[in-house]
Design a protein around this ligand. Structure first.
Ligand SMILES: C[S@@+](CC[C@H](N)C(=O)[O-])C[C@H]1O[C@@H](n2cnc3c(N)ncnc32)[C@H](O)[C@@H]1O
Length: 272
């Protein structure tokens, strides 16, 4: 599959997800109870966080972590969310950085941008801007951002090196990379890996933990840390895998505990 094909699949998938929210079916992947039971996207935010964003922003949440809770955002900082979707993490960031700071969201899917801008209007926040563009080519100048966040998006990119190089470029010296993403630990047989990645939604494939560290280091980052936030077991994926002809119980010993959501931290070195 070409990079362009992957991008089109991702756009179609998340365009439909945004329209579902707009149409009022609160969840993209099934009923409300199914969504509540989703081991990847459910229960990521505290009640106090969801209470301070529009219901549609919470309903559109398709991440796998809660980067703003871990990113230690400070008043006055500029934050950029790569693949901002319905905007939940941008709106939460905007509250944290306050009126002297700014939160940018970046997304390539028109329907998601429309939903995010609508959510911004409902939230009544001014220090937010949603940009159209690709995370492989960030439409911001170099050294313009204090913190790059992202929630379950980098795994969707077919060119992760480019994404990390772009994140590095737009960060100010000393700026932080604070991202939630799906990461693989250890060896997983490739046929099984593909099915599990499709279950998690990683169209372009998740990085192994060491690969993530190496790619961040190659991009120039230091202080790299990968902290597990949720570890998946194959029982969670039983029905999905059965449809692909795979018995979850049989593969569990090879796969359980090897796919996780993680919080990935790194820092752009200060200018010397
Ligand atoms: C899994 S959703 C996550 C949305 C949001 N971060 C959240 O937590 O709800 C992925 C989002 O990233 C966007 N996206 C995926 N690949 C992208 C790319 N290469 N450039 C820009 N946006 C992208 C999609 O349009 C979608 O809105």
């Amino acid at each position: 599959m070409s990079d362009a094909d992957i991008k089109q699949i991702v756009k179609d998938k998340y365009g439909k997800a945004a329209l579902k929210v707009v149409e009022g079916s609160a969840s993209y992947c099934g009923s409300a109870s199914e969504r509540e039971a989703d081991p990847i996207t459910s229960r990521l935010y505290t009640e106090s966080q969801t209470a301070c964003v529009p219901a549609e922003a919470a309903a559109a949440s398709l991440g796998c972590g809660n980067p703003t809770a871990l990113a230690e955002l400070q008043a006055g900082e500029t934050v950029l969310d790569l693949g901002s979707g319905g905007g939940i993490d941008v709106l939460l960031s905007a509250r944290r950085v306050g009126p002297t700071g700014k939160a940018y969201g970046l997304d390539m899917t028109d329907e998601m941008l429309a939903l995010a801008r609508d959510n911004q209007g409902k939230a009544g926040v001014d220090n937010v801007e949603f940009l159209k563009g690709e995370i492989e080519q960030i439409p911001l100048p170099e050294a313009s951002v204090d913190v790059v966040i992202s929630n379950c998006v980098i795994n969707l990119s077919a060119d992760k090196d480019r994404v990390l190089a772009e994140a590095f470029r737009v960060l100010k010296p000393g700026g932080r990379f604070a991202v939630s993403d799906v990461v693989v630990r250890g060896e997983v047989p490739s046929a099984i890996r593909t099915s599990v990645e499709l279950w998690i939604g990683c169209v372009a494939g998740a990085l192994a933990e060491q690969e993530y560290r190496d790619k961040l280091a190659t991009a120039g980052f230091e202080g790299i840390d990968v902290e597990p936030t949720r570890i998946y077991c194959m029982e969670d994926a039983r029905e999905f895998l059965a449809r692909a002809g795979i018995d979850a119980a049989t593969i569990a010993p090879q796969v359980d505990g090897k796919f996780m959501s993680a919080f990935i931290r790194a820092r752009k070195p200060r200018a010397r």
